[in-house]
Design a protein. Structure first.
Length: 340
């Protein structure tokens, strides 16, 4: 596609859907190693930020690989169905031009973010506004754990480092993100390891808040089971879109905790809290019972993704590993310092 050509609704929906589906269908070990390269790069970057207390990943590929990031990536049919839905939406308004393309090229440097400008825009189909399009692209959810007293400064430092190392969120340049993922998918298909990072969904959470959520998870799951309700612990981090912001809706930490939470370089105290919560959850509940809890706490889209035999098997094996975590000989009751 020439840089100045304007795509139709049909063309942009098909292009993004096809590249996302091609990326999903590639379950090679090269793709797994490419994910690890992205993860290691992010961990190196955030470790440079003052106030760094560890990092973790959620979502894909963390729920699709074992705790050591090993295994064969399953092909998730729900993602392919989701992409076909995008193509169908483009077909409905096929003759129309995707006005966002010229608008983003002309105006995006002055836009505060996609939600504030694009969400109310009347010149495009709601199904094919920029955020709807880029949400179909593969990305990675990575989190930095930060000393509570250094949150504001850490946001400034991390944003600068991400820019310096060319690690971007989809919101920083939506059109470039589409082109990058297209190049990445093509290179992986051809057996080459890309030197371009996937779009990243980057979050910062305070140490004290994360530790509290981790420690509350077992009791929340147990209490929800007694009351026959969905376990829910809201987590509302600072997220890097075009700028740092708190999203409109909180995440359910219970879903992330059960499905994909993968820690890196935690402080000994935080890792111990995570290990103990995992041990309790696994030993105080049946494995299949926990899978049912996972499905209840998931959004509809995430529940459909987990309706994949391989993902259920990976989850159940992970719970068996949690059961092997040894109980600490002496449970420490002291709190954390104010700086954390």
């Amino acid at each position: 596609m020439a840089e100045n050509n304007q795509e139709t609704m049909k063309t942009i929906s098909e292009r993004v859907a096809r590249v996302s589906t091609e990326f999903e269908r590639n379950n090679s070990d090269l793709k797994r190693r490419y994910f690890i390269w992205n993860i290691e790069a992010f961990n190196t970057i955030v470790s440079k930020v003052k106030g760094f207390r560890g990092s973790f990943g959620t979502g894909y590929p963390f729920y699709a690989l074992d705790s050591r990031l090993e295994g064969t990536l399953p092909i998730i049919q729900e993602q392919i169905r989701y992409n076909r839905q995008l193509m169908s939406e483009g077909q409905k308004v096929a003759p129309r031009i995707w006005e966002c393309q010229s608008c983003l090229r002309k105006n995006y440097k002055d836009m505060p973010d996609l939600k504030k400008i694009c969400k109310p825009c009347p010149n495009i189909s709601p199904e094919l506004k920029p955020r709807k399009i880029i949400n179909r692209l593969p990305d990675m959810d990575m989190w930095m754990v930060c000393d509570s007293l250094r949150l504001e400064q850490a946001q400034v430092e991390l944003a600068k480092l991400l820019k310096e190392y060319s690690m971007k969120t989809s919101d920083v340049d939506p059109l470039e993100s589409i082109e990058d993922v297209t190049k990445i998918t093509k290179m992986l298909k051809e057996g080459q390891l890309p030197a371009i990072f996937l779009p990243i969904d980057c979050h910062i959470i305070e140490y004290s808040k994360l530790k509290e959520l981790i420690e509350r998870a077992p009791d929340e799951i147990n209490e929800a089971k007694k009351q026959d309700k969905i376990p829910y612990l809201p987590i509302a981090p600072r997220s890097y879109r075009k700028y740092w912001q708190t999203d409109d809706e909180a995440y359910n930490f219970i879903y992330d905790f059960l499905s994909a939470f993968t820690s890196f370089n935690f402080t000994p105290e935080l890792q111990q809290a995570l290990n103990e919560s995992r041990r309790r959850v696994a030993t105080e509940n049946e494995s299949q019972e926990l899978f049912d809890t996972l499905m209840k706490s998931a959004t509809d889209a995430n529940a459909r993704r987990f309706d994949t035999a391989e993902l259920e098997d990976i989850f159940l094996k992970k719970i068996e590993e949690w059961k092997e975590i040894k109980e600490p000989q002496e449970k420490k009751k002291s709190g954390i310092s104010l700086g954390e």
